[in-house]
Design a protein around this ligand. Structure first.
Ligand code: FPP
Length: 221
């Protein structure tokens, strides 16, 4: 969900206003994904690197995420959305936010229409480090370390690898998002800044995805 800060700056507003405007984009994208029948949607809400931002912005983002979860969990629940989280739960994440995350997960855990995974305090490298740490803690022998074993220790082993990744705001980077899982994902880049993103942009990205030829390293028969 990139480009919130630039969207705000272009309008002479504080960066936090860009995040606030990003909420409508998120819920329109969620509705668009539901319309399409998407079963898994993952959004990058806060990265392990975002702690480097000014303290006021970090504080705002913590409160903002807490407020979205409180205000909007019921409507996601009504739509049959299961809310899940991936990321590190370290001491820097405020207790109140952790409680809201637990409540949202608990409320929606039986929903089947779509899983909305919120990557929060998430980093792809940190996820791999955490997976290796838990493998080592389990006492796994070197020969038993495999792709399957690593996958079993990712934050959500049931989450399928993404088919499509959409990066907004004209940046052509992965920025530590789902590094393990993205090995064969199709990447679509758009110049649209996140607060301007609407379901039509998602539909356009899916059309682009449908034109791609996915071979997963093999050759066409
Ligand atoms: C990146 O834009 C955006 C973020 C760090 C946060 C986005 C978060 C939301 C829209 C809320 C999500 C909440 C839930 C509960 C899912 P940026 O600040 O990097 O923009 P810039 O690149 O223009 O500076």
């Amino acid at each position: 969900m990139d480009g919130n800060g630039r969207w705000a700056q272009k309008r002479g507003l504080p960066r936090t206003e860009g995040h606030a405007a990003g909420e409508e984009a998120l819920f329109d994208a969620v509705d668009g994904a539901l319309e399409l029948g998407v079963r898994w949607l993952t959004v990058y809400a806060f990265s392990t690197e975002n702690w480097r931002r000014p303290v006021d912005e970090v504080r705002y983002l913590m409160g903002f995420n807490e407020s979205i979860l409180t205000r909007r969990r019921d409507e996601l629940h009504e739509r049959g959305v299961r809310i899940a989280f991936i990321g590190r739960r370290d001491w820097r994440v405020p207790r109140r936010l952790v409680t809201r995350m637990d409540e949202a997960r608990e409320l929606t855990k039986a929903n089947k229409t779509m899983t909305l995974t919120i990557a929060f305090n998430y980093g792809g490298r940190a996820e791999i480090v955490d997976a290796v740490r838990s493998l080592v803690a389990e006492g796994v022998k070197p020969d038993d370390v495999s792709e399957k074993a690593i996958r079993r220790h990712l934050y959500d082993p049931k989450m399928p690898d993404p088919d499509l990744v959409v990066r907004t705001s004209g940046e052509y980077r992965i920025s530590n998002f789902l590094l393990w899982e993205l090995a064969y994902s199709e990447l679509v880049f758009t110049d649209v800044l996140w607060p301007d993103f609407r379901r039509e942009h998602l539909f356009e990205a899916v059309r682009e995805y449908q034109r791609r030829d996915r071979r997963f390293g093999a050759v066409e028969p």
